[in-house]
Design a protein around this ligand. Sequence first.
Ligand code: SAH
Length: 226
Amino acid sequence: MSVRAEFDAWAAEGRDKGMEERHWHTAKHALARMPVEAGETVLDLGCGSGYAARALREAKDAGRAYGLDGAPEMVRNARAYTDDPQVSYVVGDFQSLPFETNSVDHVFSMEAFYYASDPVGALEELRRVLRPGGTFYCAVNYFEENVHSHEWQENISIDMTRWSYEQYREAFREAGFYVAEQDTIPDRETEIPAAEAFPIDGWETREAMVERYREYGTLLTVGVAP
Ligand code: SAH
């Protein structure tokens, strides 16, 4: 199945908002760290419901905020959640971004980058559109060290790239980024029931659930364009 077919179906079922709710727990911390200055142009790669572009406008006074997604139904939903004329949602693919060279100040992405058909090529494409000193804040919950995420590939027909912390840093460097920082952001908001409640749907033990959310959380890798 294509990105378009898979995620158009998700959008039609309203799963864009479900993802926003779950991802916001850690995405908001990554967004808060972005060095966006008033008036700058920002891009959210694989925007889903489009919350990041709206947040960067509201909290950081970004001048232009774009969300890009390969699924037209996601883009359609995202557009319906705002009437801010400085926020735009566009259909496009990570491998070929519809932006001029050096035209974007900062890029954010949450739980989307690993769907790229050629992840290093996608990073090179980001390098092209970012201005010198621009940053890429790449947040993922699906990564090698997070053993609890490994089975997610079974539920989706698109190939997911499962890199380790180190592979992320290496790939960023291979694509010409400096790696400014790498960190895991714990999710302290997802409710974890008391030990007696386990097993519950998807979780054998409380320890496993604590490890997934409070310890691994979201992996953030930050690249800076030279
Ligand atoms: N960032 C949002 C959505 C995550 S779901 C959130 O945090 O909730 C991943 C999104 O990336 C989907 O909407 C999917 O359509 C999009 N996507 C996946 N691969 C893509 C690609 N190669 N090009 C463009 N968009 C892609």
